[in-house]
Each structure stands twice: as C-alpha cells, then as structure tokens.
Design a protein around this ligand. Structure first.
Ligand SMILES: [Zn+2]
Length: 159
C-alpha cells in the first residue's frame, strides 16, 4: 500500500550565512538562518517522508535547542528519515518537491541537489523531482526575506 506524506519548511535569508539547498552550497549574497545548515528543501522532504509513515516531524528527532545538531548537514536528517522507513520495512517510491525563492536562480543546481538527496535516501536520482519557482515578488519570499520549500513523498508500506 502506498502512503503519501507532505512537508513544508521555510527559513529566513540573512547575511553571513551560506545558502545550502539540497546539500548544494549556492553562491548568493545571503544564506538561510537556522540551527542546522537550514536546508529548507531537505527539511521539507524529511517531513514528507515522516508524514507518509505517520511519524512526527523531523524537529522531534533533532531538537533545534540541542547543541549536538548545531550546523549539522541536513543529509543527516534525511538519512534518519530513510532509517525510519526501513525500520517499518517500507520503501520510498518517489519524492517531489518545489523550492520557492525569488533569488538566486536555482535551475543550474537542481541536478546536484537530486544527486545529494538520492544519495542520502539510497534512491536513484530519477526518483527525486525538484522544481524551483519564484513568488512573483509577492510576500516575504517575493521580497527575498526567506526561502520556502514544499515536498510530497510516496512510501510503499506492507500494511
Ligand atoms: Zn528547516
């Protein structure tokens, strides 16, 4: 039986931080603020996977007030989500995600993001869909104050 899950995440764009999305260090004047590397794309995918298996969100596994996870690369969180699926004898069928960012242009980095996410989840890159869109200059994303990501995951579970 295929179960689906949804995930959403957003982080503020601030000066003095690296911009990491899908595990790719993207050249930009600002980066995403957060306790870990603030990779909003990977966090949204984590929550989609965990949602599909009826689990709580990724923040439950890696509390953002725990100093152990300060600056942690978010692939660690994806690896944990994959472990949770495996512990239920499930398999991830596919992931689809959209990044919403006014700047910078993300298309040149999409292939590398797919490679990183597929590696963290032990999947093939063709099982990962990633799109990027702007917010047409509207709202906090459109003003460049933050970057959001949403994702869905399909997970095949035995029962
Ligand atoms: Zn996050």
């Amino acid at each position: 039986m295929v179960h689906v899950g949804i995930g959403y995440d957003v982080h503020a764009l601030v000066e003095g931080r690296k911009l990491i999305l899908g595990g790719v260090d993207i050249p930009h004047t600002k980066g995403l603020d957060g306790h870990s590397d603030a990779d909003a794309l990977m966090h949204a995918i984590c929550d989609a996977i965990l949602g599909a298996i009826g689990e709580v969100d990724i923040g439950h596994f890696f509390p953002n007030n725990d100093p152990r996870w300060r600056g942690t690369p978010s692939k660690v969180f994806l690896e944990e989500a994959a472990r949770q699926v495996k512990s239920r004898e499930g398999t991830i069928v596919n992931i689809d995600a959209t990044i919403i960012a006014q700047e910078p242009k993300l298309f040149p980095h999409i292939a590398a993001m797919k490679t990183n996410i597929a590696a963290a989840l032990s999947l093939a890159p063709k099982q990962i869909g990633i799109k990027a869109t702007t917010n047409e200059h509207m709202g906090f994303v459109g003003r460049g104050e933050g970057i959001a990501a949403m994702a869905v995951a399909a997970v095949d579970l035995k029962e």
